[in-house]
Design a protein around this ligand. Structure first.
Ligand SMILES: Cc1cc2nc3c(=O)[nH]c(=O)nc-3n(C[C@H](O)[C@H](O)[C@H](O)COP(=O)(O)OP(=O)(O)OC[C@H]3O[C@@H](n4cnc5c(N)ncnc54)[C@H](O)[C@@H]3O)c2cc1C
Length: 424
């Protein structure tokens, strides 16, 4: 059974009355971990949004997690809330590294975690956040309610940052293109030619799911070839020999020295020069498919590598016309019914329209990403960013669920120190 049958909230009031509650925006893995760690410190908070919406409303049905079961747990302040605990609580077999987690099961895990640590999530959108006259923040909800909060943790996830290259904006406006984040069900494309742009897990898995839904996908990517990660050699990490563990150390992000460095060195990452941070962020665990995806792609549909999309235009009622250029400069053209843009996500807090223009201006940024302190606090005191928004500062760890512990512990310790400084 689960370690706690009842919600953690019964013994923990939402607000102590001593101060306005802290605000957490977004009940995805990062917001939920933040809420759990705040609750363990008896800090009053309010958390807003639709729990796990990033996973159930912006990822395709039938998707599997690329991260292994061991790296797919949301951090809690005490044992008993890992993905394996959820499985066992359900009477199922504990997970093994060779079995990817279906997204539907991960959503159930996230909701189970939420029931324990943030059952009082308020299912409304935060519409506006601005600096309050007397310090702290004025928060406005979709419902129209307004309240003051001494600090805000923005855990709004990846969706606001869906990246659409300018080449496709015309097709997007005409409904002939969409981002992978726009879909949960590909059956609407059955019988249609769909060009999938990109070579990361999201693009490749979407292409496989399109094919399996009866569509005719073609993958187009600038990459010279598509890559797939190697399968784990053993069912559990404990089965690895000492020699293997020394040559390819285990870490939260996976095996090997580069991943171990990014995993253990997340705190030091922000001291790297801007260019180095940007480079490692995109190259460590860069675009590639999971090991279990290869057999669903190879030989099933065309994958056109080494092609840049030079232009994309409407092709009358027939769909879209794409002009491609090969690496050697040779032009190529394809016709398609729809373009699915799988070019990922780019942090740019200009996209977080819930923040007032003044706040967005006051947050110091590098290439759109906020510059954060060691505690994930921005240059605006009391305004914290976690999850993908913090990845340009702390590296690849913060791109994945496995980074929730690192982030939540730091944010919560800082908020506790702040509270102590203000209220003694
Ligand atoms: C296709 C795909 C596959 C992925 N696979 C993996 C994987 O296998 N393993 C892994 O570790 N990571 C994976 N990731 C990355 C994953 O998205 C992040 O690790 C994780 O979701 C980050 O959690 P989060 O809480 O920051 O964001 P999210 O899970 O996106 O949650 C953000 C929450 O904030 C809410 N929100 C946003 N704005 C507001 C607002 N104004 N008011 C109220 N609520 C708001 C959203 O509705 C949502 O509930 C994948 C990402 C994608 C796109």
């Amino acid at each position: 059974m689960a370690p706690r049958e009842t919600s953690r909230l019964r013994s923990r009031p939402r607000s102590s009355g001593r101060t306005h509650p802290l605000t957490v925006v977004g009940p995805g893995p990062y917001g939920l971990a933040t809420a759990a760690h705040l609750r363990a410190r008896h800090m009053p908070l309010r958390i807003f949004g639709e729990p796990m919406a990033g996973w159930h409303s912006h990822m395709p049905n039938g998707m599997f997690l690329k991260s292994s079961p061991l790296s797919s747990s949301i951090s809690a302040p005490e044992p008993g809330y890992e993905f394996a605990d959820f499985r066992i609580a359900r009477g199922a077999e504990p997970p093994c590294e060779l079995e990817p987690i279906p997204v539907s099961e991960f959503v159930r895990y996230g909701l189970w975690f939420q029931q324990h640590w943030a059952a009082d999530v308020e299912r409304t959108t935060v519409r506006h956040i601005d600096a309050a006259a007397g310090g702290g923040f004025r928060v406005t909800l979709e419902s129209g309610e307004e309240f003051d909060s001494p600090a805000v943790v923005v855990a709004a996830g990846v969706v606001p940052y869906a990246h659409v290259p300018g080449t496709f904006t015309g097709l997007l406006a005409a409904g002939r293109a969409s981002h992978t984040a726009d879909h949960t069900d590909f059956s609407q494309f059955a019988g249609q030619r769909v060009t999938v742009v990109g070579s990361g897990q999201s693009a490749l898995e979407s292409a496989a799911l399109l094919h399996e839904a009866g569509a005719l996908p073609t993958v187009v990517t600038r990459a010279p070839s598509i890559g797939f990660g190697p399968p784990p050699r053993t069912r559990t990490l404990a089965q690895r020999s000492l020699r293997k563990r020394l040559m390819y150390p285990n870490s939260l992000l996976g095996t090997g020295w580069p991943l171990a460095a990014c995993s253990h060195g997340a705190a030091a990452y922000r001291h790297l020069p801007d260019r180095a941070r940007a480079h490692f962020l995109h190259t460590v665990l860069g675009p590639s498919g999971a090991w279990w995806l290869r057999h669903r792609i190879d030989g099933h549909f065309p994958v056109l590598c080494g092609r840049r999309v030079r232009s994309a235009s409407l092709d009358g009622a027939l769909g879209a016309h794409l002009e491609l250029v090969r690496a050697d400069g040779t032009p190529e053209a394809i016709r398609t019914d729809h373009v699915l843009i799988g070019t990922g996500y780019r942090v740019d807090i200009g996209r977080l329209t819930m923040l007032s223009p003044r706040l967005r201006r006051d947050v110091l940024t590098v290439s759109g990403a906020p510059l954060l302190s060691a505690d994930l606090e921005s240059s605006v005191p009391g305004l914290f960013f976690t999850g993908l928004t913090a990845a340009p500062s702390f590296g690849p760890l913060l791109r994945f669920v496995v980074g929730t512990g690192f982030a939540a512990r730091r944010v919560c310790a800082a908020l506790e120190r702040r509270n102590a400084a203000v209220f003694g």
